[in-house]
Design a protein around this ligand. Structure first.
Ligand SMILES: Cc1ncc(C[n+]2csc(CCOP(=O)(O)OP(=O)(O)O)c2C)c(N)n1
Length: 666
């Protein structure tokens, strides 16, 4: 036992934080009924000692933290001002904790190195892991907490696995109150012990402790921090604690906890236990304890009154701040030899890795001699080392979660590869619920410059799980940019822009275009050249109809345009290149000129991006249309394996040509 745990000043600090947390609980529970802006409140009582002691074991502003929603004591322990905590509780326009965008107790504080927390139980573990990878050589420690329920999420296990593989300076703290709302530990965890479940992870220090005991908890936190600080890898602390209040203000524990359980939980309250211990050890007198209590009560009262004076967030120019601002500086084109798209992508990454030491490449099989299943990232490990181009476990959520964490440290620019777009779905929570919203949710405090590359599309007999075109799903998520190049020049310039963009970008690469020569191979742009997002390219000029397309469909439509030209039919073909941001103006301008619009995409027609485009054009240029807007997409079916079935499912040139002729002659 370390003597310093009995240091009077430390004990005074712990007691103060405990009271601040406890009184803020009581105050919030009252205020939520007064209808002052906050409708939601989470009790922290019982979890406050473990949170406080973990905060005190870290070096504030040096170490990083992902505290979950029942860890307010941790955040107060790091000296986050109460005024911000109450301000966010009342949904007011405070700078930190989302400024009314996030629910209360979903913390975010840049100076205190608390990245923006979400409501998705368990998603924090992988993000913390990614951050720990980023700061591994910097002697900084990463703290992440969650409840026992959160350990049932795959992300928790993926995070432990990756942390152990990479020997990361991270501390997982599970505040095990034996309930996840009403679900009990025997319904939640095999053997009722996540500590036992996790025993197979190599070099994971596992400490199962009584999180209401001051000395035991202080010792565990110190051990774990020392292990991380000395670069000896991750720890898992499972702290048994009581949840003394309801799950939230809308929960009534009497529906699932009987009186004896509630009584026995009260007896485990860490606050009176700590007060009694302070007295028995003669560290503080009862008068000193009473003084701290009074002081804390006053501070909570004052913070709550002050917070009420803060205005609600403004709705002027709403919504703002979905993307962090970024100006693309274009330079004069200087073209080299003709290259295919796969080489253009490889060169873009290579040049950006050369330019910026923060750029990292990772994913399944991307490293070493292999360079990904399509060889796109070949030679990068040899050139930049295995710290900068590395294989990940086969876990897509891990890939994206780690990318989010890495991008948060202000230095790293992760380029994550998902082997096929069809395998994005296991990562969808990190990709859709987490990554795109962090900038907005954190009120601009945090941004995630992540590039997610993935191959997509069919026509090469990839079957139902190597052929999907899923761009419309991404386009429906606010906060993520979506890029789909159709040729080597665009691919190189757009990817370089994506890597420099401070916002998340999904970069979709059609595998049938990687080596395609007739259209996609182009003279290589120089290393300085970028392409602005949101600028469609007119790849064929015409007056008879407008055809909007992207990716491989641009190649199909271009071919048809060339053929029709010989018959004096001139179609205007717009290759969108980026779907988000969308170059609506160019589409509208072209439609106003031609009066006719066909949208061609490879994804199934129903709910494809074409539906969105058709609707926008109808809303804004209906009076210019001389014919109904037409869409061509795949049949509403998975992409089958057999060539004849695949052809029958995906759009074919003949079908597109027929539709164009019909539209032109309408
Ligand atoms: C992914 C996800 N599923 C469900 C929920 C709804 N939910 C919020 S908290 C919670 C229980 C979490 O329990 P636990 O992790 O044990 O933490 P505790 O609340 O007990 O501290 C649930 C089911 C959620 N927020 N996220």
């Amino acid at each position: 036992m370390s003597l310093s745990f009995k240091d009077k000043n430390r004990c005074l600090k712990v007691l103060k934080v405990l009271y601040l947390s406890r009184f803020s609980d009581e105050k919030m529970s009252k205020m939520v009924k007064q209808n002052k802006g906050g409708t939601f409140y989470l009790s922290n009582a019982g979890h406050d000692l473990i949170g406080t002691l973990c905060a005190l074991s870290l070096i504030p502003k040096k170490d990083w933290a992902y505290p979950y929603y029942r860890d307010r004591a941790f955040v107060i322990g790091l000296e986050a001002p109460l005024i911000d905590i109450f301000g966010s509780f009342l949904a007011r326009d405070v700078h930190h904790h989302g400024g009314g965008r996030m629910m209360p107790d979903h913390f975010s504080h840049k100076e205190l190195k608390i990245p923006c927390q979400s409501s998705c139980v368990g998603s924090q573990f992988l993000q913390a892991t990614g951050l720990a990878l980023g700061v591994k050589e910097k002697n900084e420690v990463v703290y992440v907490s969650g409840g026992d329920g959160s350990t049932s999420q795959g992300d928790f296990h993926e995070a432990l696995n990756f942390s152990c593989i990479k020997n990361l300076p991270i501390i997982f703290v599970i505040q095990d109150n034996a309930y996840a709302i009403s679900t009990t530990l025997d319904e939640q965890t095999a053997g009722k012990s996540i500590a036992k479940v996790c025993q197979g992870f190599e070099n994971l220090l596992i400490l199962e402790i009584d999180g209401t005991d001051y000395l035991e908890t202080s010792t565990a936190a110190q051990k774990a921090v020392e292990k991380a600080r000395s670069n000896n890898g991750p720890s898992l602390i499972v702290a048994k604690v009581p949840r003394l209040g309801a799950h939230s203000n809308s929960d009534d524990p009497s529906k699932y906890k009987d009186a004896t359980i509630i009584e026995s939980e009260k007896k485990r309250d860490p606050l009176p236990k700590f007060e009694a211990w302070l007295l028995s050890e003669k560290i503080l007198t009862s008068i000193e304890i009473a003084n701290v209590k009074q002081e804390a009560q006053k501070e909570v009262e004052e913070a709550s009154i002050e917070a009420e004076q803060i205005p609600f967030p403004s709705t002027e120019n709403y919504p703002t701040k979905i993307f962090k601002e970024f100006d693309v500086i274009k330079s004069e084109p200087k073209l080299g030899e003709s290259i295919v798209m796969m080489d253009a992508i490889n060169h873009a990454i290579d040049e950006e890795m050369q330019r910026d030491p923060g750029v990292l490449v990772f994913g399944e099989d991307v490293a070493k001699g292999k360079g990904g299943v399509f060889g796109i990232t070949k030679n990068l490990t040899q050139k930049y080392g295995s710290q900068r181009c590395f294989n990940t476990p086969l876990a897509e959520s891990c890939i994206i979660g780690v990318a989010i964490g890495l991008s948060t440290d202000g230095f790293h620019k992760p380029i994550a590869e998902i082997q096929f777009a069809d395998y994005m779905w296991p990562a969808m929570n990190q990709l859709a619920n987490e990554l795109p919203s962090i900038f907005y949710r954190s009120n601009g405090e945090w941004n995630c410059p992540v590039v997610v590359r993935m191959t997509y599309g069919g026509y090469i007999q990839g079957g139902p799980y190597h052929s999907q075109s899923i761009e419309a799903h991404f386009c429906s998520i606010p906060g993520i940019k979506v890029v789909i190049p159709s040729n080597a020049q665009d691919a190189k310039r757009l990817l370089k822009t994506a890597i420099r963009d401070p916002s998340p970008v999904i970069f979709l690469e059609h595998k049938a275009l990687y080596r395609q020569r007739f259209f996609a191979a182009r003279e290589e742009p120089s290393s300085d050249e970028l392409e602005e997002f949101g600028k469609a390219k007119i790849i064929a000029e015409g007056k008879d109809a407008t055809i909007v397309c992207w990716g491989l469909m641009a190649v199909f439509v271009f071919e048809i345009a060339e053929k029709l030209k010989k018959e004096n039919i001139f179609i205007e073909v717009l290759d969108l290149r980026t779907l988000v941001p969308l170059d609506k103006n160019s589409i509208l301008e072209s439609v106003k000129k031609t009066g006719k619009l066909l949208i061609v995409h490879e994804a199934p027609k129903t709910c494809g991006f074409g539906a969105e485009l058709a609707s926008q054009v109808m809303e804004e240029a209906f009076s210019y249309l001389d014919a109904p807007v037409v869409r061509i997409g795949a049949k509403d079916c998975m992409v089958p394996y057999a060539k004849n079935l695949e052809d029958a499912t995906l759009p074919q040139k003949e079908e597109i040509e027929k539709a164009i002729r019909k539209l032109v002659s309408y």
